[in-house]
Design a protein around this ligand. Sequence first.
Ligand code: LLP
Length: 439
Amino acid sequence: MTENTHLQTNSDNHLVIGGCDTTMLAAEYGTPLYVMDEQAIRENIRMYRNAMSRYYGNEGLVLYASKAFCTMAMCRIAHQEGIGLDVVSGGELHTALQAGFPMDRVYFHGNNKTPGELILALESGIGRIVVDNLQELAQLDKLASEMSKTINISVRVKPGVDAHTHDFIQTGRIDSKFGVALENGEAFAFAAKTLEMPNITLTGLHCHIGSQIFDLEPFDVTAGVMLGFMAELKEKLGISIRELNLGGGFGIKYTEDDDPVEYDRYIESISKTVNRICTEKGIERPFMLMEPGRSIVAPAGITLYRVGTVKDIRDVRKYVAIDGGMFDNPRYALYESKYTFLLANRMNAPKTDLVTVAGKCCESGDLLGKDVTMADAKPGDLMAVLATGAYNYSMSMNYNRNARPAVVLVRDGKHRVIVQRETYQDLVRNDLIPDDLVP
Ligand code: LLP
């Protein structure tokens, strides 16, 4: 699902998601409110899973990159749909454990895992640790032998492909905090080092070339680079790499200007490339992993806000302020991200206004969109921001001591809270006033 086909308008001209009238959801749960369409999430997962088996046989696994939206209910959905999980912190790992996610299908990423996180991973019987660098490798080796554990690892490789430039580049991406580089021999030295470590087996190669990528070609080029390295490890070190994880990064439609390819075409194209190169080079086809995050959850989610102050500064700008902002969606403040804005209570209103949607934080840069075209918003209107299912709740914060919104999961007219709204009491829960705090 690359379009917002799960959204409808009812006869009252209200926006409907998962069979639920958004004005009713706002009345029942308050705003701001994250709403996630369960069916859309499941359909996206199934599309990837089916594409993997269609184009690569039964020798592949889709992992959900939980950083996009990590809650216990989401981990449960991923488990029910039969995919694996990418976690990148002890907190995400703990969430998966609490949700009863099978640990053999969890992959632990991160460029600076703490000793505590590595111990938690080893104790939990995690499937793979994706080791970032030689220092972490030494640390993991020490911990694994102290704990008498053996562990299968992958190595995070910098394949030298930058998919974010207009004409993506194939070299010069050594300047990254993630992983070990191919071009200076670091990745090779890493692999050689694992041979000295009896508790550690290098079973996989991993890379991730970026996010919100619209082209197929960078993935194909990356697959070629990684398979070349696989062949080199076999030939020079006798290491048989069984797994190739090509990361996530598939782009989604935030506005009319975005033109993503259907998600299954990424899997089709990558599978064909891997099959072709393996035949050409005479190497064994690896088990293939892909780990999309955004494309599974972003299109399935919307955020509802109540419009408050409308400030029309003549000949300058019209600000429409909502009761959320950078604390529930910091993506405009961080990346100037673009979104689609609707009036959920007046879907038939003509989209003729040019406005700047402002948050309520004490920060001029707290905007959700600048110069966006939408309907003429009035105080009290219900605004919906589309495609906020990824990297919104997961990047939310408490700036200005704003409480984080609830997350409601909708399906067939049913609505269930999967993350409760924070209360003022939650905000002071961890605060302490020391007894000896005297002037
Ligand atoms: N695998 C690895 C190792 C990653 O680092 C990421 C994303 C993914 C998979 C999933 O990529 P996706 O399919 O979601 O593009 N906060 C930013 C996005 C950061 C992505 C970080 N890594 C945003 O809001 O756009």
